[in-house]
Design a binder for this molecule. Structure first.
Ligand code: UN1
Length: 492
């Protein structure tokens, strides 16, 4: 299914002369999926120029019309759901149900945010003076850069691009290199839906080259980045030099608190899905299971029993529980953490790279469980793989202390049948998202998504607040008194 892609600038797909290329590979089979331009800083700057030229026309396009184009993109995405879902699975490795889910999340968000074309509400408030009218309007920021990861290769680009476009910005999109074909196909959907030339531009290539050129370009007014903490820091620092708004969605070390009054079979399904869905490669993945000592032994036994029959294999087969991890780099990093875990904790299940048959062609790891004390590196650092740290606690209060004692705060969950304790946890857990009796993954797009501490820098995407990231608020005073009125001085 290999195919070659160019850059998309000024509404045209083109390959710059003498450009270098790179390929993406199916992490389950090693087959080549697509070939792409390894863009340069000049390519990034050309794309910014295109977005800057297109901005006045797009800004002045009525917002409901912008929304209509996004609805058309949603319709086209729905028409292509099965082939795009399959592409997600073939390029990134998540199982087919999740590949389709990734595309569904794109459709959901496009449909949701298209409605902002008819809202984009400001406020009107009273004035302290007579014959004076006070209001706010939302205006686009200008050219924005959207830099996205490989783990949700269609959904996360859509969260950013669609919110940026409906609010009247023009975009340069730089995707993660190892899911560049999914990204290119997303761009084609927007192109075919009628996004005018220059409004959405697409540049593939190394983050250190293309990403840096975008973030440091003075014409780029805002940057929306999802990825790792180390890169996030660099992007933030670089953006700070140009005093631009930088939105960061970074890591997680998401806990499930399993209390002694929990419905254990329900929690079992939730922990398995949260920890091993997407091979643990979600920012929201369950990477810590904090268990009350009264149910610790019984629950671990249930977990191990289920993992024994858990099918790791071909992600296109609907019976597969877990596919490969996304790349050789990912595999190496997870295996390093597993080696570390063997030193500092007790390996309870898994821990190996799978070999033989189809496993030899891809990056397949066993779902892994460590029993560990709180405080080990595997219990505190983001691994981004199918590795669950299980931590025993004596009380709810201890569980909360452990849950909160990490650098991150994206998602969290508690399984309990005590309604008071559930509400207590909503109050106590330091996280952007808390689930009650449900896994840490599976956020819905009509609600804000993001986290506290090192998970980000205070913003949220998706939901009703998605437009905040991409708009400036203008405060307007209309004085219809026909005389000079002085605020703070003339009020009666
Ligand atoms: C991510 O891993 O960065 O809540 C996004 C979820 C998905 C989105 C995850 N809807 O698990």
């Amino acid at each position: 299914m290999e195919s070659g892609y160019g850059l998309f600038i000024d509404g045209r797909w083109s390959t710059p002369p003498k450009s270098k290329r790179f390929v993406t590979k199916n992490p389950a089979t090693g087959e080549t999926v697509g070939s792409f331009v390894s863009g340069t800083a000049e390519d990034a700057q050309r794309a910014v120029g295109s977005a800057a030229r297109a901005f006045p026309g797009w800004r002045d396009t009525p917002a409901p019309r912008r929304g209509e184009i996004l609805l058309e993109a949603a319709r086209r995405m729905r028409e292509r759901k099965s082939d795009l879902g399959r592409l997600v699975t073939c390029e990134m490795g998540k199982v087919i149900g999740e590949g389709l889910g990734d595309v569904q999340e794109s459709i959901d968000f496009l449909e949701y945010i298209a409605g902002e074309g008819r809202r984009l509400a400001g406020e009107t408030v009273p004035s302290e003076l007579r014959s004076k009218f006070c209001l706010t309007v939302r205006q686009p920021k200008g050219v924005v850069a959207c830099i996205t990861p490989w783990n949700f290769p269609t959904a996360i680009p859509n969260w950013k691009i669609a919110a940026a476009l409906v609010t009247g910005n023009t975009v340069v999109f730089k995707p993660a290199s190892n899911t560049a074909r999914c990204a290119a196909e997303v761009v084609k959907v927007y192109e075919q839906a009628g996004v005018p030339p220059g409004v959405l531009n697409f540049v593939t290539g190394p983050g250190g080259v293309v990403g840096n050129a975008l973030v440091s370009d003075p014409r780029v007014r805002a940057v929306s980045f999802t990825g790792g903490v180390a890169t996030g820091r660099e992007v933030y620092a670089l953006g700070a030099e140009g005093l631009k708004m930088v939105h960061l969605e970074l890591g997680g070390k998401n806990p499930v608190l399993l209390m002694d009054d929990a419905d254990l079979p329900l929690a079992l399904d939730g922990v398995l899905f949260g920890a091993y869905g997407t091979s643990g490669q979600r920012c929201t993945a369950t990477s810590r299971l904090i268990v009350h000592e009264k149910v610790y032994a019984a629950f671990l036994e249930m977990l191990v029993e289920r993992l024994e029959e858990f099918a790791v294999g071909d992600p296109l087969d609907p019976a597969t529980g877990m596919g490969p991890v996304a790349s050789a780099d990912q595999e190496r990093k997870v295996l390093e953490y597993i080696a570390l875990g063997k030193k500092e904790a007790k390996l309870r299940y898994g821990g190996k790279k799978l070999t033989g048959g189809l496993y030899d062609r891809g990056y397949f790891l066993e779902p892994t469980i460590f029993e560990t004390k709180h405080g080990t590196r595997i219990s505190k650092e983001e691994i981004f793989g199918p590795v669950l740290s299980v931590i025993r606690v004596g009380t709810y209060e201890e569980a909360v202390r452990v849950a909160n004692d990490v650098d991150y705060g994206l998602s969290s969950s508690i399984y309990t049948s005590d309604v008071n304790r559930a509400f207590r946890a909503i109050h106590d857990l330091e996280a952007g998202i808390t689930y009650i009796n449900a896994p840490t993954i599976g956020a819905e797009v009509q609600l804000p998504f993001g986290g506290v501490k090192h998970t980000g820098n205070g913003g949220r995407e998706a939901g009703s607040v998605a437009i905040e990231e991409f708009t400036e608020i203008k405060t307007v005073f209309v004085d219809f008194s026909s005389k000079l009125q002085k605020a703070q001085i003339d009020a009666e």
